[in-house]
Write a protein that binds this ligand. Structure first.
Ligand code: SAH
Length: 358
């Protein structure tokens, strides 16, 4: 078979490999093209650490070398499909991937902190009853360059580097461990974004093999578990995954995880906010030495739920605290831009006309 006319071999994607591998590839490339090896290091810095939009923008490199790089490698952008700024400073980005899938990233400033909430899958297979992403179904796993790429893009777009990363956007990160594992390296590595492992949180419904794999990483990455109900019977009505990974097993996995675990608990009025639930939840949290995060329900997710009132949430928190468990009520951010999981993409599909698209 002969190659079709005009066919060129696929370019190597420098954003879909670990920094150490990119460095090796770039050093070899520089050497083969008669460039000094520090040129390879300069390119490496512009992948993640001090990102540049393309090779052309790496202005300290000789023009000829930039052109050569462009012929052999790619550093793909994620196309910005929409961008919304909340009155509280929370900013939401909708990115379009090369196959037309859309994913969301949310930047949440808080004093000197900037937390970036990133997606690990396009859509989600889990169908938690209150979640907008679940309602849209699962499309596909994201690749490493699409997950870490969200951080790169927001730095390119805003000029600000996040201090904290949470895997609380679309999808279930521990059902895409193959891509999340190297992404964690890029986030933490000195030649990646250099964000401290304790400032990187993976949130999961309780995918057991993934929790074990995360626990085996030597860095201190944080684990958050979406508990949402203190009994199997109730949890199964909210989270179908509870059949595959029952609460008792998830709790065992949390105990075995030798670093601090956070329980997430979304407050659904009349469903999981009774005093009895607080008592049972506190019991589980004590067993795991977990910290409890109560999340006010973001309206416009899925299902027909009512948010617990701030007073109800405060009473629930008090009940837990009195039992010796640390608890916090998460500040609800970006309400006016529908910043909860999956909401921007849903909103956009309803409206069908691009906002702020470029
Ligand atoms: N699949 C992972 C990570 C994505 S969701 C997980 O479930 O943990 C991140 C968090 O947002 C989860 O705790 C999820 O339950 C919560 N969430 C989803 N929809 C929400 C809504 N409408 N209001 C408040 N929290 C929501």
């Amino acid at each position: 078979m002969t190659a079709p006319l005009g066919w060129t071999p696929a370019k190597t994607n420098l954003l879909d490999m670990l920094p150490a591998d990119a460095e090796a590839v770039l050093r070899r490339f520089a050497e083969q093209n008669g460039e000094r090896s520090f040129r390879a290091v300069q390119v490496l810095q512009h992948l993640w650490k001090a990102p540049r939009a393309d090779f052309e923008a790496m202005v300290e490199l000789p023009i000829v070398f930039r052109r050569l790089l462009d012929e052999h490698f790619e550093i793909p952008r994620l196309a910005l499909a929409a961008r919304q700024l909340s009155s509280d400073g929370t900013e939401k980005f909708l990115f379009r991937l090369r196959d037309g899938e859309h994913i969301e990233t949310v930047a949440i400033p808080d004093g000197s902190r900037l937390t970036l909430c990133i997606s690990s899958q396009a859509g989600c297979a889990l169908q938690c009853s209150f979640c907008a992403t679940g309602a849209m179904g699962f499309s596909r796993n994201l690749r490493m360059f699409e997950i870490a790429g969200q951080v790169r893009e927001t730095i390119l777009l805003t000029g600000r580097k996040p201090t904290n990363i949470v895997f609380m956007g679309m999808g279930e990160p521990l059902m895409n461990w193959k891509a999340v594992d190297p992404t964690l390296t890029v986030l933490n590595d000195d030649n990646g974004f250099g964000i401290g492992a304790r400032h990187i949180t993976v949130s999961t419904v309780g995918v057991l093999p993934g929790i074990i794999a995360l626990g085996q990483r030597k860095e201190q990455f944080r684990l958050a578990i979406s508990v949402h109900a203190p009994t199997d019977a109730l949890r199964a009505t909210m989270m179908p995954i509870n059949t595959k990974y029952p609460l008792a097993d998830v709790i065992e996995a949390a105990k075995a995880f030798d670093r601090r675990v956070t329980f997430e608990y979304v407050m659904l009025h009349g469903v999981n906010d009774l005093p009895e639930h607080a008592r049972q939840l506190a019991e589980l949290a004590r067993e795991c030495k977990a910290f409890v995060n109560l999340i006010p329900l973001h309206a416009g997710g899925a299902g027909d739920f009512t948010a617990a009132t701030p007073q109800q949430i405060a009473a629930f928190a008090r009940n837990i605290r009195e039992r010796g468990v640390e608890v916090a009520i998460r500040k609800s951010r970006g309400k006016d831009i529908a910043a909860a999981c999956g909401q921007l993409r849903v909103e956009r599909e309803r409206r069908r006309t691009p906002v702020g698209a470029n």
